[in-house]
Design a protein around this ligand. Sequence first.
Ligand SMILES: Cc1ncc(COP(=O)(O)O)c(C=O)c1O
Length: 378
Amino acid sequence: MKSDVKPATFAAHAGGAYDDVSGGVVPPIQPSTTYRRDADYAPMNADNVYIRPHNEPVRAAEKVIAKLEGAVDSLLFPAGMAAIAAGFRWLPSGARAVVQSGIYWGTTKWLRGFADRRGITLIEVDASDPEALAQAIGDQVDIVFVETPSNPWLKTVDIAQAAEMTHASGGILMVDSTAASPILTKPLNLGADIVMHSATKVLNGHSDVLGGVLSAGAMTDVWQAITEDRAETGAVMGPFEAWLLLRGLRTLPLRLDRMCHSAQKIADYLQDHPQITEVYYPGLATHAGHGIAARQMDGGFGYVLSALVKGTAEDALRVAGRLELFLSATSIGGVESLVEHRHTIEPHSGIPETLLRLSIGIEDPGDLIADLAQALGQ
Ligand SMILES: Cc1ncc(COP(=O)(O)O)c(C=O)c1O
């Protein structure tokens, strides 16, 4: 395929038309855990010895993600959290790490324990505030980790500015871009060193694969260490999951287009609703990070939004319980819309009791708004 085609064209053919054996238009699944050698004991295919580092469907999906991301290389992991852990495991004890506060709770929880065990200084900061971020980074830092837009607060971090600050203090910038996707934001082009996604979310998009991915802007020593660590620890995705992910990637631009349009309509609707006291969505002109989001997101403001319901925790739970199209479940990025009362999941992290997080799927936006209207009692 020509190299200058648009992402939707490239994605539609993701990994496809390369099965020269059968002539099939989709890639085959090669689940073999090991590969044969010839009579001279040389691998029959020089790229393939053993599945841990050499897995065909994984390679195919990685190539598609690297291309969409504008990366020199991508590595798939068996979960988003496995990707995050690999992105930090190369740090020596005594290192200094700065991490955005109020992000996905699983990341914060794991990082606190890891830093404690490894003797790493971990500084948590509201990275959407550039002055606070600069102060936290100080004169020397090894890694800065931000999540933008953040989950579930939808805070926006200026990636280019964060990269500049991080590099000036000798560190690398890793960005969790799960809520943006490589279609809307390209952190590596903005100066980030490593971009991370939970592939469980919109990359796969069908709520049926657990996965994560790291992509690099350059082949550095850190990237080499991460690559070796993945192969040696076996933190790899399996071939069946990679094949499903490849299939999901084919419709990524199409799904995102619908999801972003619907999310914007729903955010606009909720903002004017008398039973809603606050809406967090970077696409709203009133959102604190709207200007930054408009600069670094292209084609929409994402598929996640949060809203505060008027009243108490019981009122918010009642609204969630009345919704029919929005399924009550954790996670984001699937074709089906989901609602989550995050305070129930993480009451200790300061999430307001009335906050509902919505993941907008590909249903008709009018139907989704009608569902919200009936649940809010309009
Ligand atoms: C923003 C973000 N990052 C990382 C993760 C972790 O990904 P996984 O569940 O695939 O391990 C999640 C999961 O919800 C997430 O929302």
